[in-house]
Structure formats: structure tokens, C-alpha cells
Ligand binder design. Structure first.
Ligand SMILES: [Zn+2]
Ligand SMILES: [Zn+2]
Ligand SMILES: [Zn+2]
Length: 229
């Protein structure tokens, strides 16, 4: 749990502001060494505060540049950078803490901002709101071309989600979905063949040679069945 750097009180989950002393805490990059580098030549603007973002070099595998708003502490990552940072910081997790993952969603303090669509700091197009990973509960803003915007505190939430095995859970979900799709396809196929074998003349024994010798005919029969389903 993150604590207030001023009074050491525990911070409400997912919040930057201390409930006791009102101190604003930079929890996202706590423990990460970084340099503030020169302003970039392609200016990017904070979608919340409309001031210019500052370039930060997180000293990770050499140069690792992200953009940050010094007012709201929001972060902007180029495509792929957020995943790289999460992997670098919380790479070796081998268990899924299902209870913990369920809890991080329940304990979260209400969103700081009302729901709205933000503009990409780079191209000013409206970004998409996407759920990050399985059960992270973090909705991030994404421009396909330029990257992902995280509001202040959201990086910390994603790091906690990673530590609890959120990434593993996400992969599990994806595997399951893929397996289910394959299964569904198989069942549809079986259904078609099932109807075949119910006909009085045993079509089944002919279906194999039919498919090889006269694929067009087999196709036609399939299409006819689909029409009547
Ligand atoms: Zn405090
Ligand atoms: Zn800002
Ligand atoms: Zn963009």
C-alpha cells in the first residue's frame, strides 16, 4: 500500500491525494529513477490540464522516455512502452491471487475525474477508453497511433495488478476464449454431420469420398443446410 510522503498515512487505493494532510503524492514514479530531459521538439499537451508535457527519461535499459504532466501527474506512453515498463518492474510473478485481484476493484476510491473522452496529447484526436487487462479495473485512454494516457495514480494501480498476477489471469482468459472458439467451430461442424447421418440413406459413409471427389457438391449441400437452419 502506498503511503503519504508527508505524514505517512496510508493513501486511499488509486488516489494521489492524502486524506489526512491533503498532500499530493507522486506515487507512480516512486522508486523509479528518472531525469527530466529537455522539452521535446514535438510538443505534447496534457489532455487534462492543456499544459505542455515534460519529457522524462526513466533510466531503464538505456533511454526510456515518457511524457508527464507536472500538474496532474498524468503519464503518456508511446505504443508498447507501458507494457515494457510493467514487465521491467514486475516481471517475475508466477501465481494468480484471485482474492487480491477481486479486492483491488472493490477497494478502489471513486474516480477522480468524471467520465469523459480525452484528446491524444500528440494528435488531438479523441482517444478510446479501454479496459486494461483482465480485472485490473483500470480504464485507460488510448490513441492507436501514439500510445496510452494514464491519469496520475493509475500506473501504481497497474503495478499492483501485475503483482497480484493480473497479467497471468489475462493470458488465461485469452487462452480460454481461444479454446472456446475452437470448440464452438467443432460443434457446428459436428451438428452438420449429425443431420447428415439422420437421413435414411447413409450419407455419412459417403461424406468422406464425396468431399474429396466432388467438393462442389458437398459445398452445395452444406449451403442448403445452412439455408434451412
Ligand atoms: Zn498525508
Ligand atoms: Zn495535467
Ligand atoms: Zn494520437
Amino acid at each position: 500500500m502506498a503511503r503519504c510522503s508527508n505524514c505517512n498515512a496510508p493513501l486511499p487505493p488509486g488516489s494521489l491525494i492524502c486524506a489526512y494532510c491533503n498532500n499530493r503524492n507522486d506515487i507512480d514514479l516512486r522508486g523509479i529513477h528518472y531525469y527530466t530531459t529537455h522539452e521535446s521538439d514535438t510538443p505534447r499537451t496534457c489532455p487534462r490540464c492543456t499544459i505542455r508535457l515534460k519529457h522524462l527519461d526513466l533510466k531503464l535499459h538505456g533511454r526510456f522516455l515518457i511524457d508527464r504532466c507536472e500538474q496532474c501527474l498524468g503519464l503518456f506512453f508511446d505504443p508498447g512502452e507501458l507494457d515494457a515498463l510493467l514487465e521491467a518492474m514486475v516481471g517475475n510473478v508466477f501465481d494468480i491471487d484471485h482474492v487480491g485481484l477481486a479486492l483491488i476493484n472493490e477497494q478502489r476510491s471513486p474516480d477522480r475525474y468524471p467520465v469523459s473522452y480525452l484528446k491524444c496529447p500528440a494528435c488531438s484526436q479523441v482517444m478510446h477508453r479501454v479496459n486494461f487487462g483482465a480485472r485490473s479495473g483500470v480504464i485507460v485512454d488510448r490513441c492507436k497511433a501514439h500510445g496510452i494516457w494514464l491519469d496520475g495514480g493509475e500506473l501504481r494501480q497497474l503495478l499492483e495488478w501485475m503483482k497480484l498476477g493480473g497479467r497471468l489471469l489475462e493470458r488465461e482468459h485469452q487462452e480460454r476464449k481461444r479454446a472456446e472458439a475452437v470448440q464452438r467451430e467443432r460443434e457446428q461442424h459436428r451438428e452438420l454431420r449429425g443431420i447428415d447421418s439422420d437421413t435414411t440413406w447413409s450419407f455419412d459413409s459417403f461424406s468422406e469420398p464425396l468431399r474429396h471427389s466432388a467438393p462442389d457438391l458437398f459445398d452445395l449441400i452444406l449451403k442448403a443446410f445452412r439455408l434451412f437452419r
